[in-house]
Write a protein that binds this ligand. Structure first.
Ligand code: G
Ligand code: G
Ligand code: NA
Ligand code: MN
Length: 255
């Protein structure tokens, strides 16, 4: 397909550019960290969203190479930030099932962190529920355990939309539950969505996990989430994904 063709070009020419979206404590406004989101630089058309190469994420070999390019770029940015005395908190990179099924993925990431002088507690891996299903689940479990022992936290993305069972939450070392944007976007208007959000928050706190609401776009949504006991948000209301230089400039700007 043309998406696969484009993805191959992105990989060959190393066009990946991570954008960073803040995770914010809604009570204080403090930035707790960032999610690194893939963007790529088209030579003529400018910065492109991952949707333009979405098919590549389902293609094991390409997905693995895109993650490697993201990891490289993110660690480069983090090394520069830490070197400049800027503390970015915890930065999350997305990993797919194909990444985690590579036997040495976690060791590889831990080694790369060390090479860049980035402490593991500044790093997080985001996965979706789908990584727990299917043939590679044993390898995925070993990778997640290795990350946990290495001090890298695991966030479960898009929680509630996939087919994970609750037993996965006790079986795997998950530290963060991210409530999917589809539930958050109508949380202040739809009783069903509010009930789901409330249930995920309670579930997360029973497991002593951090709970992050994704896609918070309005003050009304934020207020409702705080009422339900969720105090961490990622969404346009608090900040859009932005390139590394803007992150640093924003943090250095006078209040
Ligand atoms: O950033 P944006 O909303 O355009 O992302 C669209 C989708 O692409 C989201 O589902 C997001 O999780 C996914 N995505 C963004 N960055 C990465 C990445 O580095 N790796 C993988 N596998 N998926 C990503
Ligand atoms: O699949 P994942 O949850 O990683 O995807 C996150 C995607 O959601 C990113 O591509 C990001 O650009 C997008 N996003 C982040 N915050 C908001 C928001 O407040 N509203 C909407 N509509 N999209 C958002
Ligand atoms: Na994600
Ligand atoms: Mn998500």
């Amino acid at each position: 397909s043309s998406m696969i063709h484009m993805a191959r070009q992105v990989i060959a020419e190393r066009l990946v550019v991570p954008y960073y979206q803040p995770k914010v404590d809604m009570r204080t406004g403090q930035v707790l960290g960032y999610e690194a989101l893939l963007r790529w630089q088209h030579p003529r058309l400018g910065v492109q969203a991952p949707a333009t190469i979405a098919a590549a994420f389902e293609h094991g070999e390409l997905a693995v190479r895109l993650t490697e390019l993201m990891l490289d770029a993110v660690l480069h940015d983090m090394q520069a930030w830490l070197g400049a005395g800027f503390d970015p908190g915890r930065v999350a990179v997305n990993a797919s099932a194909a990444d985690l099924q590579q036997g040495d993925f976690a060791d590889h990431v831990l080694t790369r962190l060390e090479q860049h002088g980035v402490p593991a507690e500044h790093f997080e891996i985001e996965v979706t529920e789908s990584v727990f299903l299917g043939r590679g689940a044993g390898q995925v479990a070993r990778a997640l355990d290795r990350f946990a022992r290495g001090g890298v936290r695991i966030a479960l993305d898009d929680f509630g939309t996939g087919f994970a069972s609750l037993s996965h939450l006790k079986q795997y070392p998950v530290n963060v539950l991210k409530i999917d944007r589809s539930f958050v976007s109508h949380v202040d208007r739809d009783a069903g969505d509010a009930a789901i959000v409330d249930a995920v928050i309670k579930l997360g706190s029973s497991f002593r996990m951090e709970v992050v609401a994704e896609g918070v776009e309005t003050a009304e949504q934020a207020a409702l989430l705080l009422q339900h006991g969720c105090h961490i948000a990622q969404g346009y209301h608090y900040g859009r994904p932005q390139p590394a230089a803007s992150v640093l400039a924003a943090r250095n700007a006078p209040p």
